[in-house]
Design a protein around this ligand. Structure first.
Ligand SMILES: *Cc1c(COP(=O)(O)O)cnc(C)c1O
Length: 379
């Protein structure tokens, strides 16, 4: 059985013609690395986030690593995070020489369980890296109450949460460090790239050093290096894409929320009871619906692979899975993590599947996907 309909991917970027033209202008301008487009992109995002300093980078991974460095976190320090994220979230902790500590997730939000975060705090804990999976924030009031009480820094992995809100405030407009990714599948993209929202001009200057070899320039030909930086700057080519994407952020978020609403309508209120699957939480005033993830009913080994294959081969619909539990990767097992430590993360990591959700997707695409999922799961 093969669908006559065209392939429907789970994600795909939309780059409009004005953005493509703007990239052409940069390429013809004689200045293609970090320059006026980067400055304009940073200024626009700073305004969007209520005037907080924003700096751009070439990924949403180095943003978190640099935030940890600015916070002075390193060997001997513990950083608490979730096992259900892209592995970058935990890798950056190891990268700065600190120790990753995982806390299990909440089965409904699929984000860090903040009770478990509190239980994991030790005298060595220096920071928390919460992840807003699929664009759904954690309880931000509670998160920052915990951070204040235990004197911890927060590096928000908001890679998926550009455009998300908490009680009417944008994610990024408040809090401590907030890291965004502009990787190709994210709600707005620069091809690859990232941005970090910081607290003070001093932190922003330090971020500039860490992103370019630790260099400070002064006067006509003054240059000094006083910290070890890397090569993490965004180019004007990337920033031109980012500016074009950012101009559409309100429409992008609104369309994704409308698609999510249609998903819930099409699945209907009896889908979970009939199929044994679990839909994501409904959070239209906070989530940007970066991903639309369902948890499959457990049919033992191969559950997810069989479902993904059935959708692909029977209906020409692509899926993804976000994510396999980080603590069960070989490098993390070698650090002492093993099965059974975070049972909710392990179950969700095995059974979560990401259905199509992207800006160019139509309501008919949602209907087609839901019909296929129902045909596979409801016997
Ligand atoms: C995309 C993503 C990252 C990494 O971003 P890059 O720009 O690819 O480095 C980190 N964490 C989460 C949750 C992500 O979705």
């Amino acid at each position: 059985m093969t669908s006559a309909l065209p392939f429907l991917p789970f994600s795909k970027p939309t780059i409009d013609e004005a953005t493509i033209a703007a990239v052409g202008d940069v390429l013809r301008s004689g200045w293609i690395t970090s320059g006026p487009k980067v400055q304009a992109f940073e200024a626009q995002m700073s305004e969007y986030f209520g005037g907080r300093p924003v700096r751009t980078f070439n990924s949403g991974t180095c943003t978190m690593e640099i935030a940890l460095r600015i916070a002075g976190i390193g060997p001997g320090d513990e950083v608490i995070t979730t096992p259900i994220s892209w592995v970058a979230t935990a890798n950056v902790i190891i990268e700065v020489g600190a120790t990753p500590v995982f806390a299990d997730i909440d089965p409904l939000t699929r984000n860090l369980d903040l009770d478990k975060v509190e239980a994991a705090i030790t005298p060595r804990t220096k920071a928390i890296i919460p992840v807003y999976l699929s664009g759904l924030p954690v309880d931000m009031d509670r998160l920052y109450a915990i951070a204040r009480k235990h004197n911890l820094r927060v590096v928000e992995d908001a890679a998926q949460a550009f455009g998300s809100e908490w009680k009417g405030q944008r994610i990024g407009a408040f809090g401590d460090f907030v890291s965004f990714s502009f990787q190709a599948n994210k709600n707005i993209t620069t091809g690859e790239g990232g941005a970090l929202v910081l607290n003070t001009p001093e932190e922003a200057r330090l971020a500039e050093k860490y992103r370019l070899q630790g260099v400070t320039r002064s006067g006509v030909d003054g240059i000094d290096v006083d910290v070890l930086g890397g090569k993490y700057n965004m180019s004007d080519i990337m920033a031109a894409i980012g500016l074009g994407q950012f101009a559409n952020i309100a429409a992008i978020t609104a369309h994704r929320r409308a698609l999510a609403r249609h998903y819930y309508e099409c699945f209907g209120s009896d889908f979970e009871a009939k199929s044994g699957a679990q839909l994501p939480l409904q959070a239209f005033d906070s989530s940007n619906y970066h991903l639309f993830q369902i948890i499959l009913p457990d049919n033992g080994p191969g559950t997810r692979a069989n479902f993904m294959r059935a959708l692909q081969e029977g209906y020409n619909i692509g899926t993804g899975y976000h994510y396999a539990p980080i603590h069960l990767f070989t490098m993390y097992r070698e650090r002492g993590f093993k099965e059974g430590m975070f049972p909710v993360a392990e179950r969700i990591g095995r059974l979560t599947v990401t259905l199509p959700m992207f800006y160019a997707m139509t309501m008919a695409d949602v209907e087609r996907t839901v019909a296929a999922v129902k045909a596979i799961l409801i016997k």
